[in-house]
Design a protein around this ligand. Structure first.
Ligand SMILES: NC(=O)c1ccc[n+]([C@@H]2O[C@H](COP(=O)([O-])OP(=O)(O)OC[C@H]3O[C@@H](n4cnc5c(N)ncnc54)[C@H](OP(=O)(O)O)[C@@H]3O)[C@@H](O)[C@H]2O)c1
Length: 294
């Protein structure tokens, strides 16, 4: 039985590796591919699925693949936009977005619902926070969460309005470790680490076109790291998964072999202190001014 961890003080117990379903919504995948991936995940104990309104058909496909198995999993999604007829980032859009996600995911309760990266001004105004709180009270949502970076993330952690937050934690995104992540940990706010593989920049021979991948590639080159004989995916996964305060890493893949590779990486345990020190030192030297990647 693989390790499971408390997600802060939320009462949820999560696997160390979760499936980031960001790439499950595109036309290059068939429903059958998602069914297979979900089966592999469940067999391996990966029981938390993180999706969002903006991930194409991801929510619908997960809902379909998990029909009849809802009680075995934790479902996490994100709202705030994309409800036909309603302006994005309004209270009514958040409330209707939760109801729509319940329908697409074929469930009557979502385990985690994040506000998907709105800024500090919206958080402080409260209009988008309140409907999430009401959805928790109504039993539609178990844990209200926020996904984002920087000052909005810090505010969300301190606000008391969210039981968990999602932020980038990786070899390329270390600034949060001594700041927001440490703060969240002290306050019992659960942390889901996104982009834990740093968008796998080692795969690209030249600078990729997608902006988030391009930034990851720039950072990876600037850090000029030594894998020290480890596979990069393993090194990145172990770094994020065992960072103090992180409950789970969201591994973004549609490839069952990559999901299983993340589990094998976790089985190898935390990175040794010397390797960890050298990764932290490289970031402190080169990446000290880098903001968290949304
Ligand atoms: N809240 C937000 O705004 C936000 C933003 C970003 C991400 N997220 C969440 O976090 C999840 C993960 O983020 P992400 O997908 O952007 O980044 P990521 O997990 O750091 O990187 C994903 C990339 O890593 C590759 N990969 C995975 N395992 C690999 C392995 N063993 N060897 C080589 N390459 C491997 C994947 O390729 P393959 O597809 O070929 O496996 C994919 O291209 C998302 O799915 C989503 O749930 C949330």
């Amino acid at each position: 039985m693989r390790e499971r961890r408390a997600l802060g003080a939320t009462g949820l117990v999560v696997p160390v590796v979760s499936l980031g379903a960001g790439s499950l919504g595109g036309p290059e995948l068939r429903d059958a591919d998602v069914d297979h991936l979900v089966g592999v995940a469940l067999d391996a104990g990966v029981t938390l699925f993180d999706t969002a309104r903006s991930y194409g058909e991801s929510e619908e496909r997960l809902g379909r693949a998990l029909a009849g198995r809802r009680s075995q999993v934790l479902l996490s999604t994100k709202v705030g936009y994309g409800v036909p007829g309603l302006p994005d980032w309004t209270g009514e859009c958040v409330a209707a977005g939760i109801d729509a996600a319940l329908g697409r995911l074929r469930t009557d309760r979502l385990d985690l619902v994040h506000l998907h990266s709105c800024g500090l001004d919206l958080l402080e105004a409260g209009d988008v926070v309140e409907p999430l709180r009401r959805a928790v009270q109504a039993g539609k949502v178990r844990v209200a969460a926020y996904s984002g970076e920087g000052e909005a993330l810090r505010w969300a952690i301190r606000s008391g309005a969210f039981g968990a937050v999602q932020c980038s934690v990786s070899v390329l995104d270390q600034a949060v470790l001594d700041g927001a992540v440490a703060d969240a940990r002290a306050r019992g706010v659960g942390i889901l680490a996104k982009r834990a593989l740093g968008n796998a920049p080692w795969r690209h021979a030249s600078r990729p076109h997608r902006p988030d991948e391009a930034e990851a590639w720039d950072r990876f080159r600037a850090l000029d790291l030594d894998a020290g004989g480890l596979d990069w995916a393993e090194l990145f996964t172990r770094f994020a998964a065992f960072a103090p305060g992180v409950s789970t890493v969201l591994v973004g893949t549609a490839n069952p072999a990559h999901l299983l590779a993340a589990l094998s990486a976790i089985d190898a345990g935390p990175l040794g202190p010397q390797r960890l020190r050298s990764l932290r030192t490289a970031f402190a030297r080169t990446g000290a001014g880098w903001a968290g990647r949304i």
